[in-house]
Design a protein around this ligand. Structure first.
Ligand code: ATP
Ligand code: MG
Length: 114
């Protein structure tokens, strides 16, 4: 199992949510975060970014726990639904996930995310 964590633009959240639920994803967590990438929070590609102050921009982080065989599909869905082609579209981080438990039933791991 893997945790797929995607940092995306706010206005793409509904598109990403719909694309993932349409693909059968049964749950996700979102959180409002702040961050910066290689433009240091500025809205353009060129310029003297090195000399400028770094600015944290608001973003949304989506986290989805998925079985290994679904990771590639989920990553591709997020790319397709979150991409504008402009800078700041975000990034996807995939982590190994050790244990999952559904509290109500005690089901574990892949059974807990079906
Ligand atoms: N190396 C990183 N580590 C952790 N979070 C990151 C990293 N790079 C980007 N992020 C997160 O992703 C958000 C969006 O990053 P962004 O899409 O601007 O990345 P980028 O590498 O600058 O790519 P682009 O050139 O397309 O803008 C950042 O605001 C930050 O929250
Ligand atoms: Mg950037």
């Amino acid at each position: 199992m893997k945790n797929v964590a995607a940092i995306i633009k706010h206005f793409k959240l509904d598109d990403v949510k719909k694309a993932l639920t349409d693909a059968g994803i049964q749950g996700m967590t979102i959180v409002e975060v702040k961050g910066f990438g290689r433009q240091k929070g500025h809205f353009r590609i060129n310029g003297e970014a090195d000399k400028e102050e770094v600015i944290f921009l608001p973003k949304i982080k989506i986290e989805v726990a998925v079985p290994d065989e679904k990771v590639e599909e989920v990553v591709n869905i997020i790319i397709k639904s979150a991409k504008t082609g402009e800078i700041g579209d975000g990034k996807i981080f995939v982590y190994n996930m050790q244990n999952i438990v559904r509290i109500r039933t005690g089901e574990k791991n892949e059974e807990a995310i079906k």
